[in-house]
Design a protein around this ligand. Structure first.
Ligand SMILES: C[S@@+](CC[C@H](N)C(=O)[O-])C[C@H]1O[C@@H](n2cnc3c(N)ncnc32)[C@H](O)[C@@H]1O
Length: 267
């Protein structure tokens, strides 16, 4: 049953990738000119990646993955979207940045990947596409070398309780799947031709994220929350200061993002 659900997201992300590569939001031109797509948070928090093997889960069309390669990491990216992986492979070839990219549902990774990695990375808008975080954390633990590092930076789950009027409208502890049909993306040129895309997502509370990692042998080194968003990716945001986006209504009074660094304690 879950496999069918993921197929909707796969189809949707194929459409979205076509939009995203042309968007100002992703700014592929700047990336091709040599600029990093990574934000100051992950760059500062993840530590030195030079010479390390790095697995990027849900890598979209690979700009972050290739940005880590530019910093000296030996990178592998995986994503469920065929189009994303197609673009990522082309970028790697065009820019002559060595990288491996595989199309796979994260939950089926063991069908094609056997290596273990020094670092596993995932970011911004990833875990809301996953239904089972315990299974997700098992995969992280399975692919990390002993003492390997897992680092994630994500949208804060509190944000997902807010409606368009920024009132608390949804349950923070909601576990049921959330189905929606969309015809636009979070990027600037957002309208998806004349199609409606079906999305299937899940809410995950902070305790769910942290507990799933701990239960699978990951020792939390730090956990941070941020009073701003690095992307202008939700409605009604203003730029408080350079690169720090907030809802005008709440400014920096609420959490917008969180990050976690954890070490694999298992052999
Ligand atoms: C919002 S994007 C991740 C954002 C990322 N920080 C970036 O580079 O833009 C979410 C990605 O998750 C991928 N995805 C969704 N469900 C997945 C699954 N079950 N397995 C692997 N990838 C998945 C989508 O194809 C999409 O590329």
């Amino acid at each position: 049953m879950d496999k069918d659900l993921f197929e909707y997201n796969r189809e949707s992300w194929n459409e979205l990738t076509l939009l995203h590569v042309k968007s100002n939001f992703y700014n592929l031109k700047s990336f091709k000119q040599g600029n990093t797509s990574l934000n100051h948070i992950e760059l500062e928090e993840i530590g030195n990646v030079n010479g390390k093997s790095l697995l990027h889960l849900q890598c979209h069309f690979g700009m972050d993955t290739l940005s880590f390669a530019r910093l000296g990491a030996e990178v592998t990216g995986i994503d469920i979207s065929d189009k994303s992986i197609e673009v990522a492979c082309k970028l790697s070839e065009e820019l002559k940045i060595p990288a491996k990219f595989f199309r796979s549902n994260i939950y089926e990774l063991d069908k094609l990947l056997t290596d273990k990695f020094d670092i596993i990375y995932t970011s911004y808008g990833a875990i809301n596409w996953l239904n089972d975080l315990d299974k997700w954390a098992k995969i992280i633990s399975r692919y990390l070398k002993p003492n390997g590092i897992f680092y994630m930076v994500e949208f804060h789950p509190f944000i997902y309780t807010l409606n368009d009027k920024l009132q608390i409208a949804d349950h923070y502890f909601k576990t049921e799947q959330i189905e929606s049909t969309v015809d636009e993306s979070y990027t600037d040129n957002s309208v998806v031709s004349n199609k409606k895309l079906k999305h299937i997502e899940w809410h995950h509370s902070l305790s769910e994220v942290i507990t799933s990692l701990i239960n699978n042998g990951l020792q939390i080194e730090f956990f941070n929350e941020f009073p701003y968003q690095v992307y202008n990716c939700f409605k009604n945001m203003i730029e408080l200061e350079d690169g720090k986006w907030v809802f005008e209504k709440y400014k920096d009074k609420i959490p917008y993002m969180f990050s976690i660094k954890a070490i694999n304690n298992r052999n």
